[in-house]
Ligand binder design. Structure first.
Ligand SMILES: Cc1ncc(COP(=O)(O)O)c(C=O)c1O
Length: 437
């Protein structure tokens, strides 16, 4: 049974998260319910800070808000002093509503719309991570119009294929993100940006993919980026201040997943950057890291209520719950593997092996491919731990299913972060043409 953070099982065999029982959470908020463990989020953030602190130059940890964002979480992240990675005007709006200061925001994305750039400039976003030549052009035009100098990093494609699922791999030469180093496009665009009087090329950025558990791909990334920086210095006398290595640090989803030791992984990465810079006599750039899932993934547990239970044959059982791919599409999208257990019967011996499926009209709507459970009964609470990242943020209303509620727990208290959607929310944007009435 995977029990990250403050999760424990009490004497009644009931799961508790942050000192609140799964039963109480279900009673008060209903299911499906995404429950965040505040203590674990803060612990992860502190581990990142500690590890990055071993780097001899400056550092900045940036929370990748695409993993999960709401006003409350923006407020919590703000208090920790982390910066925020946003990729749309929607994330900008939400984070600002949560009180997050734009001067600690980094604006990402491979197709930022002109209106998004305008809103970000007006808000005073700290750094624009330029993905391509068109964006650089838009940005310099806007900077001129606003009579501002805008700080930028250039997202480059390093040509590193991290060992992870195709859909979460982004550093390979053919990636849709960034401009290629090998083709010379990155150097050309870096120079172009440098020559714009209203853009400040502050550094390079790269994000090679996600669920990376080893330091090797990051070390390779550092070598490639440093080589690029050295070329800029040698060929054009340019010295950049920022090296942004993106996010992607692995986040365990099951007990079997290797436990990532963030401190040693990040310290190794920071050490590699420092050593490489010393070797090349390059002034220590500011080190930036953008973890998302490794901050909120393990800290989120989804609670469901068991409904229908089906025995197909001797080897196949299905336990269906009241959510599914609408609140967590990751197993269907990229074969993410989770564990599931009965949160109200944690101390009972497993008796059956079963898949946990959702209620959507898709055979791919599987939350847990296979798990061992005590013989389940309708009404049981099924917990899927470590499901906090990219679950709610990718949630949909497929099949007319409202999105779940989200709460955060700490020291025996639970607070609502996002209310459960209701039926009215589903039709809020519908319009009825008169001729159909
Ligand atoms: C540019 C960028 N930075 C950071 C992240 C965060 O990655 P992870 O959640 O795997 O840490 C992503 C994820 O897609 C990303 O695209």
């Amino acid at each position: 049974m995977f029990l990250p953070g403050t999760m424990t099982v009490n004497d009644d065999g009931m799961l508790e998260i942050g000192g609140v029982t799964a039963e109480k959470l279900k009673e008060k908020y209903g299911t499906p319910l995404l429950v965040f463990d505040e203590e674990l989020i803060l612990k992860k953030i502190n581990l990142y800070k500690k590890a990055a602190g071993s780097y001899p130059g400056e550092n900045q940890i940036i929370y990748a808000s695409k993993a999960f964002l709401c006003q409350g979480l923006a407020g919590l992240i703000n208090k920790t002093g982390l910066a925020l990675d946003i990729v749309s005007r929607g994330e900008l709006f939400r984070a600002r509503k949560g009180g997050f200061p734009p001067d600690r925001m980094f604006f990402h994305g491979n197709n930022k719309l002109p209106v998004e750039l305008e809103e970000a400039i007006e808000a005073g976003v700290a750094i624009f991570v330029i993905d391509n030549a068109r964006e650089a052009g838009l940005l310099t035009d806007l900077a001129r119009r606003y009579q501002m100098k805008l700080a930028c990093q250039l997202r480059v494609t390093p040509g590193i294929a991290a060992r992870t699922h195709d859909y979460i791999r982004t550093g390979q030469k053919t990636s849709k993100f960034g401009v290629g180093i090998e083709t010379g496009q990155a150097e050309e665009l870096a120079l172009w940006i440098e020559n714009q009087e209203n853009l400040i090329l502050q550094g390079v950025h790269s994000h090679i993919g996600s669920q990376i558990y080893e330091s090797r791909p990051f070390r390779e990334l550092i070598w490639v980026l440093l080589q690029f920086l050295l070329d800029l210095r040698r060929n054009h006398g340019l010295i950049l201040e920022d090296v942004n290595l993106g996010g992607g640090f692995g986040s365990p989803q099951t007990e079997e997943d290797s436990q990532v030791d963030i401190v040693s992984l990040v310290s190794e990465v920071a050490g590699e950057l420092a050593t490489t810079c010393r070797r090349e006599s390059y002034p220590y750039p500011r080190l930036l890291l953008e973890p998302g899932r490794s901050i909120v993934g393990e800290a989120g547990t989804t609670l469901y209520t068991v409904g229908s239970i089906k025995r197909v044959n001797n080897s196949k059982n299905y336990v269906a719950v009241d959510g599914g791919m609408t609140d967590n599409i990751r197993p269907a999208l990229y074969d993410a593997i989770y564990e599931g257990f009965l949160a109200n019967r944690c101390r009972e011996k497993p008796e059956i092996s079963t898949a946990v499926v959702g209620k959507c009209c898709e055979s791919g709507d599987v939350l847990v491919e296979e798990t061992e459970l005590p013989r389940p009964r309708p009404g049981d609470i099924l917990a899927v731990p470590a499901s906090g990242a990219y679950s709610y943020s990718m949630a949909s209303n497929y099949n007319g299913i409202p999105r779940p509620a989200v709460v955060i727990v700490k020291a025996g208290e639970a607070d609502m972060l996002i209310a459960r959607e209701g039926k009215d929310d589903l039709i809020r944007l519908d319009r009825m043409p008169d001729r159909y009435k």
